[in-house]
Design a protein around this ligand. Structure first.
Ligand code: SF4
Ligand code: SF4
Length: 457
């Protein structure tokens, strides 16, 4: 065990109301609705058609490319539709809809994978459907694919769970500490990092004790897993923040953790991989924290991926139609959804519902140049300058001030006494910068073609 130094960021109220209770199980659902974009990268490609019978754990969509992930059915029943659907977030997304037969018959294809090499292990990770379950949704098999010229000095297991309210990782640790250490042994055997570290915040004492107890077992003597108890400062679980606070390595702009010898995996993702390797059961269900001021009985809920979040809210005593705001994820980084008629996604770790009092945004006041936004930014970004550059339509300054590296953590908005919606402005600035850079690239390409034409090439 070790204790690392302070990070920039903010001290947010923890509100971990659901940390000490076992998850509730969502009663059987009549249907599920599986989007094909539950991860970063190419959408999954359906391999079933309307009318097909499916079983629990059966693959219903293949990975659509290298950076992609397959999807498995969480219920047995009949595929009722495979089509593009206008999603509540405004995007048109491919979905598979399945009517459950209520029997939850497992697929006979479910069996532990045979793993004899690193390639087999990566294939197993891919086949498990694992993606970054802390919210990022990055396909885990891609993260673990190490090129020959790269070395892995550290694999860091992200158990920080630093956002207010969310406790789904905490419960996974408590319920699956043994699986997590089995997962660590797989990483040691097939990826062979120099060191395995679990980063967890000090405010999760019960979960940390479970990890410490596991680490004292005989198996850990060979693994040498280090458990880093970190200060409870948001955003401790941000990838770059966690890397710095556990290894003192800095991921440079435009680089990936592997470029500095690090891989970061979410702790629940690791538990999913371990379960798949042990049993062959892929990612079909998810523990989701349901909380917020509009929720009467906050709880973690074990739900099938694809279940409507309205079912989870109702189980916890919330009226989805009466809630003034519903979030996918935590209050710092979560996204508001216009209705509860959306599914639990692979990377949904929380569904929060708030009453009018918390949902209304305070009116923005003029900036008083206090500098708190800059002081709280974990990446030391000049938030005010980027904000002004965006408002004055100066994308070249947005670029100069490196808005592109903003991780949208929300610290700047949280501390601003003028209640300026800085994170929202950072998102808009990043979008404006992308448009500017695309135009620059297109102009450069056109100039190159014209020059080649003039030279008769
Ligand atoms: S500028 Fe971006 S990274 Fe910095 S505090 Fe604001 S949201 Fe977080
Ligand atoms: S925290 Fe708010 S008021 Fe203070 S400098 Fe930043 S934008 Fe201005």
């Amino acid at each position: 065990m070790s204790f690392f130094t302070k990070i920039k960021g903010v001290r947010v109220p923890h509100k971990k109301n659901t940390a000490e209770a076992e998850p509730k199980v969502l009663p059987a659902v009549s249907s599920v609705f599986l989007p094909m974009n539950m991860h970063i990268g190419a959408p999954s490609v359906p391999c079933v058609a309307a009318g097909d019978a499916v079983l629990v754990g059966q693959k219903v969509a293949e990975a659509g490319g290298f950076v992609s992930s397959p999807v498995h059915s969480p219920v047995s029943g009949t595929v009722t539709a495979v089509h593009d659907k206008l999603y509540a977030t405004g995007e048109k997304v491919g979905v598979i809809e399945i009517a459950s037969d209520g029997r939850n018959t497992p697929s006979p294809d479910i069996k532990p994978p045979v793993i004899e090499s690193t390639e087999d292990f990566i294939a197993a990770v891919r086949n498990s459907g694992a993606v970054g379950l802390g919210g990022a949704g990055f396909p885990t098999a891609v993260k673990l694919t190490v090129r020959p010229e790269q070395t892995v000095d550290y694999i860091i297991i992200n158990a920080a769970e630093c956002e207010p309210y969310i406790t789904s990782d905490t419960r996974t640790i408590i319920e699956s500490a043994e699986d997590i250490f089995f997962g660590l042994s797989l990483l040691k055997k097939y990826i062979n990092p120099g060191e395995l570290i679990i980063g967890i915040e000090a405010n999760k004492k019960t979960a940390a004790d479970y990890l410490l107890r596991q680490s004292e077992l005989h198996t850990n003597k060979e693994l040498g897993v280090k458990i880093a108890i970190l200060p409870s400062v948001y955003p401790q679980g941000g990838e770059k923040v966690l890397i710095y606070n556990t290894t003192h390595r800095i991921v440079p702009e435009g680089k990936l953790p592997l470029d500095v010898g690090c891989i970061v995996l979410n702790v629940t993702t690791l538990a999913v991989i371990a379960k798949y390797v042990k049993t062959g059961v892929p990612l079909t269900h998810k523990v989701v924290t349901v909380d917020g001021t509009a929720v009467k009985s906050p709880a973690n809920v074990l739900a099938p991926i694809g279940a409507k979040i309205s079912d989870l809210l109702e189980l916890c005593g919330a009226d989805p139609d009466a809630a003034a705001k519903i979030l996918y994820g935590g209050p710092m980084m979560g996204t508001a959804v216009p209705s509860a008629d959306v599914p639990v996604r692979k990377n949904t770790n929380a569904v929060l519902a708030f009453t009018e009092k918390e949902a209304v945004l305070p009116e923005e006041q003029p900036c008083i140049r206090c500098g708190r936004c800059v002081a709280s930014c974990p990446l030391k970004l000049q938030t005010v300058e980027i904000h002004n550059a965006y408002l004055n339509n100066k994308p070249e300054f947005i670029e100069q001030y490196k808005a592109n590296i903003c991780m949208e953590c929300g610290c700047c908005s949280y501390v601003c006494p003028a209640k300026r919606q800085l994170t929202q402005y950072m998102k808009l600035a990043k979008a404006a910068l992308r448009e500017y850079q695309d135009k620059q690239a297109a102009a450069a390409e056109k100039a190159k073609l014209l020059e080649e034409a003039a030279n008769g090439e």
